[in-house]
Design a protein around this ligand. Structure first.
Ligand code: URA
Ligand code: SF4
Length: 210
């Protein structure tokens, strides 16, 4: 189990993407349409990590192209983070879902700890190649993958934190899908925006320090 043996050594991002297309590091590849690898410039300054591709991402093969992605794009713009400086990916790269009735949208399932751990070598390889200044974790799955199992987004969101075993720093926030599901959508959106603004400020400081 695990993606490790599918990750080619010394590969660039395009070669990684190609290799990930045939990953069988966990069972999720069996029912999903395709691997949804990260997307964005190889020299991005920020890597944004989501949870797992959704229904639309699974069909199109691109991360964050559905409703959650549109909300994320809006929040990034409002926080002043230039989308062209961002590489977007997911903690787990195959869609996990409960089969829906014919013609209906398939319902996303949260990946298990085992699946998150199995897929982590792809995320590490992406971070190694892109070499961002900052990582933004969207939601508990991404945050736990990067910051450890005990991490609690509700308590520890919105501050710049060191990552265990890696050099990049991380800001964790809620997942845009959680904003879309929230009872008070506007409050949830403002929370996401506040955390992304922390990330934007951190990057701003890094620009001035150079
Ligand atoms: N939610 C995610 O976590 N990732 C996507 O790519 C789309 C929705
Ligand atoms: Fe490989 Fe990750 Fe897909 Fe599992 S989810 S098969 S580890 S790419």
């Amino acid at each position: 189990m695990g993606a490790e043996r599918y990750v080619p050594a010394g590969a660039d991002l395009d070669e990684l993407r190609t290799a990930a297309a045939s990953c069988q590091g966990c069972d999720l590849h069996e029912n999903a349409t395709q691997t949804v690898f990260g997307a964005g410039p190889a020299d991005a300054r920020v890597v944004i990590v989501g949870e797992v591709p959704g229904d639309q991402e699974d069909r199109e093969g691109e991360p964050f192209v559905g409703p959650a992605g549109r909300l994320l794009d809006r929040a990034l713009a409002e926080a002043g983070i230039d989308r062209s400086l961002v590489y977007v990916t997911n903690a787990v790269k195959h869609f996990k879902f409960v089969p829906a009735e014919r013609g209906k949208r398939r319902i996303h399932k949260t990946p298990s700890r085992t699946e998150v751990v199995a897929c982590r070598p792809w995320l590490d390889a992406e971070l190694d190649r892109v070499g961002p200044e900052l990582v933004v974790a969207l939601g508990a799955t991404a945050a736990k993958s990067l910051l450890g199992q005990d991490f609690r987004v509700t308590k520890q969101r919105g501050s710049v934190l060191p990552m265990p075993d890696r050099e990049e720093r991380v800001v964790a926030t809620v997942h845009p899908s959680a904003v879309l599901r929230a009872n008070d959508r506007e409050a949830a959106y403002q929370g996401l925006l506040a955390d992304l603004t922390v990330a934007a400020k951190e990057m701003g400081q890094r620009t001035t320090r150079r």
